[in-house]
Write a protein that binds this ligand. Structure first.
Ligand code: SF4
Length: 235
C-alpha cells in the first residue's frame, strides 16, 4: 500500500461476525469524540503511541490476504477522526476489499467521503442529550446525527442503526424520539450494554441492567418506524 493506515490501537485479524455476510479483518482506531459511560473499549479510546499497531504490518497483511479475506471493518474508538483514511480507504478498495464503517455519526462529511460498502451507525440516545450524557463537544450535534441518519436511510439494506441499551442513557421516551429520528431506515439493532471488563465510567458496573421485558418494549416501539428491529443475540 502506498498510504499508511495509522492510529490503529487494536486489530482482530479474522472475524466472521463483524461485517454481515463477509469474512473480515477489524481495525480498532484510537481516540473518540464522545465519552459514553458504558464504553467497553477505554484502552482503545485512550491508547498512546506505544500501543499502536505498526502501519507496515497492516499493509502487508492486506496485500497478502486479498482474495482470502473479503472485507475490512473500520471500528474503534472513532475511525472518522483519522485523516489517513481519506487516502487509505480508496487503496483498500482497489485491493478488492469491501469496507464497513462503524461510527458514532458525529462527522457525517467523513462518512460520505469514505463511502463505505456497509455502514453501522450508533445512535446512543436522543441527540438533544449527547452533550449532557455523552460529553459531545459539538454545538450542532443534533444536525450532525440527523445528517448521518440520512446516509443510513439512503443506503437501504447496506446500513444499520445500532442502539446500546444502557441504564440512564435510554428509556421508552428516548427510544420513541430515536424512532422518529430514524424513521424509514431498513434495519435497527438493540444491543444490551456489556457489563464485563473495564468500562469508561466504572460506576456503570454498579447499575442494574435494563430488563429483557423492557428491551422487548423498546424493540416494539422502534418496529413502528424501521423496516426491522432486532435485539442482538436473538434470532
Ligand atoms: S462507545 Fe464508541 S462512541 Fe462511545 S466512547 Fe466508546 S468508542 Fe466512543
Amino acid at each position: 500500500m502506498r498510504n499508511s493506515i495509522t492510529g490503529v490501537a487494536g486489530w482482530q485479524k479474522n472475524s466472521f461476525i463483524d461485517f454481515p455476510g463477509t469474512v473480515s479483518t477489524v481495525l480498532f482506531f484510537s481516540g473518540c469524540n464522545l465519552a459514553c459511560p458504558y464504553c467497553h473499549n477505554p484502552e482503545i479510546v485512550t491508547a498512546g503511541p506505544s500501543l499502536l499497531v505498526r502501519p507496515d504490518d497492516i499493509a502487508s497483511f492486506l496485500e497478502k490476504r486479498k482474495g482470502l479475506i473479503e472485507g475490512v471493518v473500520l471500528s474503534g474508538g472513532e475511525p472518522t477522526l483519522h485523516a489517513c483514511l481519506a487516502a487509505a480507504v480508496p487503496e483498500i478498495k482497489e485491493l478488492g476489499y469491501r469496507v464497513k464503517l462503524d461510527t458514532n455519526g458525529l462527522l457525517p462529511e467523513v462518512i460520505r467521503s469514505i463511502s463505505p460498502d456497509y455502514l453501522a451507525l450508533d445512535v446512543k440516545t436522543a441527540p438533544r442529550l449527547y452533550g449532557r450524557l455523552l460529553s459531545s463537544p459539538y454545538a450542532d450535534t443534533e444536525q450532525r446525527i440527523a445528517s448521518s441518519v440520512e446516509i443510513v436511510r439512503t443506503m437501504g439494506e447496506s446500513a444499520e442503526i445500532r442502539i446500546t441499551v444502557a441504564p440512564g442513557i435510554v428509556n421508552r421516551e428516548i427510544i420513541r424520539e430515536i424512532g422518529e429520528l430514524v424513521n424509514g431506515v431498513k434495519k435497527a439493532f438493540l444491543q444490551p450494554m456489556k457489563k464485563k471488563g473495564k468500562l469508561l465510567d466504572p460506576a456503570m458496573m454498579e447499575k442494574n441492567p435494563v430488563s429483557e421485558e423492557e428491551i422487548a418494549a423498546y424493540r416494539d416501539i422502534l418496529a413502528e418506524y424501521v423496516g426491522e428491529c432486532k435485539i442482538r443475540g436473538e434470532s
